[in-house]
Design a protein around this ligand. Structure first.
Ligand code: ADP
Ligand code: MG
Length: 232
């Protein structure tokens, strides 16, 4: 037990260090971005290069942001909350992003839904990640359906269903591996972070996908009214 403790102390220390480094990277990055943007305004012939640098800066910023989330996932106060409200506000948040791409997000929530013991900002991050992936999977538009329903005994199931291209078998096995991405601007951290948060809530995250049909990501969480499987 002692060895375990010492190890988790080390992990905690590494996480602290990682998050302070991430913060330190973000400041100069913001300054570089800002001065490049002023350069860009002057409309010189180097526009293409400036655009490229800016988009690479965004990529670094994305990686650092995801990494920060992993090291220090923010407010972790756990309390009874309404998953319905949380999902609805997350969908609303993502709606602008979706519409730009011709993606429609439909909500299909059972009524009533049991309450869930959760750290709300973390749980929101999970569904932001999943909906973002679904939107990114449909560059030509389509529909995302977010289902939520009670699952006996004392559990809630949320599914994010898209009509994207699906995930080939060999890639499916690699999902959640850090930095595994098939996107030019991906970080490959979203699923890993989401899985970590869901597990910390005593739940499970699983992915079903059919090439040519679409992908379903399922999150099952312990809910009020069930056996008290504590969120560790
Ligand atoms: P990122 O989005 O930065 O690539 P993620 O961890 O969120 O990182 O996702 C990892 C990879 O999983 C993606 O690059 C993509 O290949 C695949 N993926 C995740 N969600 C979907 C989805 N809904 N449809 C198709 N592929 C997906
Ligand atoms: Mg992602």
């Amino acid at each position: 037990a002692e060895e375990l403790l010492r190890r988790s102390d080390k992990i905690e220390a590494a996480a602290q260090l990682a998050s302070s480094i991430a913060h330190e990277i973000r400041n100069p990055l913001a300054a570089i971005k800002w001065s490049l943007q002023t350069l860009q305004l002057e409309g010189d012939e180097n526009r293409k290069q400036v655009d490229l640098i800016l988009s690479e800066i965004d990529r670094i910023d994305g990686i650092v942001g995801d990494f920060l989330m992993l090291a220090k996932p923010g407010d972790s106060a756990v309390q009874m909350g309404d998953i319905r409200t949380l999902l609805a506000s997350t969908v609303q948040l993502m709606q602008i992003h979706a519409r730009k791409q011709g993606v429609r997000i439909v909500m299909d929530f059972a009524d009533p839904l049991p309450s869930v013991r959760m750290a709300e900002s973390q749980m929101k991050q999970v569904f932001i990640n999943l909906i973002k992936n679904a939107i990114e999977a449909m560059p030509g538009g389509g529909q995302i359906t977010v289902h939520a329903e009670p699952l006996e005994p004392g559990r809630v199931r949320v599914r994010v269903v898209d009509q994207g291209p699906g995930i080939p078998e060999d890639q499916l096995a690699r999902l959640g591996e850090p930095f595994f991405t098939t996107k030019e601007k991906g970080t490959g951290l979203g699923l890993m972070i989401s899985d970590k948060i869901v597990k910390q809530h005593g739940g499970t995250l699983s992915i079903q996908s059919q090439v040519g049909k679409g992908t379903t990501v399922e999150v099952v969480l312990p809910a009020a009214g069930g056996s008290t499987s504590s969120a560790s």
